[in-house]
Design a protein around this ligand. Structure first.
Ligand SMILES: C[S@@+](CC[C@H](N)C(=O)[O-])C[C@H]1O[C@@H](n2cnc3c(N)ncnc32)[C@H](O)[C@@H]1O
Length: 321
């Protein structure tokens, strides 16, 4: 059985019987006016963060969500979109699509604004999406792509890039890991499918996105996720896994490379009213400007009267590019 078949098998079981400990997130259950998330959707929350952000969802975007799980994030996207077919969910596992559909009927009873037709559920594979090119404004996936091995991950990202309109955005949450993992962990299909042993360092994850052509990257959150300890897993050292929330925007690639925002800020403290790098970045005296890592490095080279803060890993808009 290939690791992809093992993954399908695991999520077939997780569709038939909700597995509360699988994946799991520290994000609170959403409390928004008129929104009720059915308990079964919470039990089937197999994500590791959130991909739904109101600021991505202006102007009635067409949303695509790959790897539907129990449907919780589809319901959250539909909360903002509220139009028939405004959100499309794709999953390769029949049982998961069926469970999601069933959960929508429960959601209809708890949410007077919600209709199942707001979400179009489709059988399909992240590696070969049944979606027209350049037809989507916001594409999302939560805790699926970390499962994929390198070549499949590249394929899945290329598929998302293909279906997005120019300037469209890919929003994701995935586990990441800065420590090396041994082959016993990497080659354990079940641990991989459980989102425990496929994760890669943030820098590599970002590179897959920028290599696919995304010109702007935003790291929106970074949180502790799990540990793999020697007493429970085949490892001699404790491995710490984190999860990130990240957006990749289909902006044209700048000539000098992608803009990757990790939450750095530049503040000019020299004697002039402002500092102008003549490349579009004007720093007013003692005013913060959110900058991408590339600009942060360039500004630090240009002047020793600019304070560059560390990455907060919590970029939420604004800034330089
Ligand atoms: C870890 S779960 C995440 C579910 C959901 N995104 C959430 O946050 O609760 C992975 C999901 O991806 C689906 N899946 C697995 N392999 C897939 C593939 N190759 N293409 C599309 N969906 C896939 C599974 O059936 C499952 O619904």
């Amino acid at each position: 059985m290939s690791y992809l078949e093992a993954t399908n098998d695991l999520y077939k079981q997780a569709a038939l019987t909700p597995d509360v400990g699988l994946c799991c997130t520290t994000n609170p259950v959403w409390q928004l006016p008129g929104l009720s998330i059915p308990v079964v959707m919470q039990e089937m929350n197999y994500g590791c963060g959130s991909t739904v952000s109101a600021s991505d969802l202006v102007n009635e975007p067409k949303v695509l969500y790959v790897g539907v799980g129990g449907g919780m994030e589809l319901l959250q996207f539909a909360y903002f979109s509220r139009q028939v077919g405004g959100v499309t969910g794709v999953d390769v596992v029949d049982e998961m699509l069926e469970a999601c559909k069933k959960n929508f009927r429960i959601a209809e009873k708890e949410n007077s604004w919600f209709k199942s037709e707001f979400v179009n559920l489709l059988k399909g594979d992240a590696l070969n999406l049944p979606i027209e090119s350049e037809s989507v404004d916001v594409a999302a996936q939560n805790c699926l792509f970390n499962i994929f091995k390198t070549e499949d991950l590249k394929k899945a990202v290329a598929e998302m890039y293909r279906v997005l309109k120019p300037r469209g955005r890919l929003v994701m949450s995935d586990p990441v890991c800065e420590q090396p993992m041994n082959d016993a962990l990497r080659n354990d299909d079940r641990l991989r499918a459980q989102c425990l042993s496929g994760s890669i360092p943030i820098k590599e994850y970002v590179k897959v996105l920028t290599d696919a052509g995304f010109g702007t990257i935003e790291i929106r959150a970074r949180k502790s996720y799990r540990v793999l300890s020697p007493n429970h897993y085949p490892t001699e050292e404790l491995i710490h896994i984190e999860s990130i929330e990240i957006a990749a925007i289909k902006d044209p690639m700048p000539d000098d490379g992608p803009c990757v925002f990790t939450g750095k800020t530049a503040i000019y403290f020299g004697g002039e009213p402002y500092f102008d790098d003549t490349k579009g970045h004007v720093l007013l005296q003692n005013q913060p400007l959110a900058v991408c890592d590339k600009t942060a490095a360039a500004l630090a080279e240009l002047s020793d009267e600019i304070h560059i803060s560390e990455s907060t890993w919590h970029y939420d808009g604004g800034g330089c590019c």
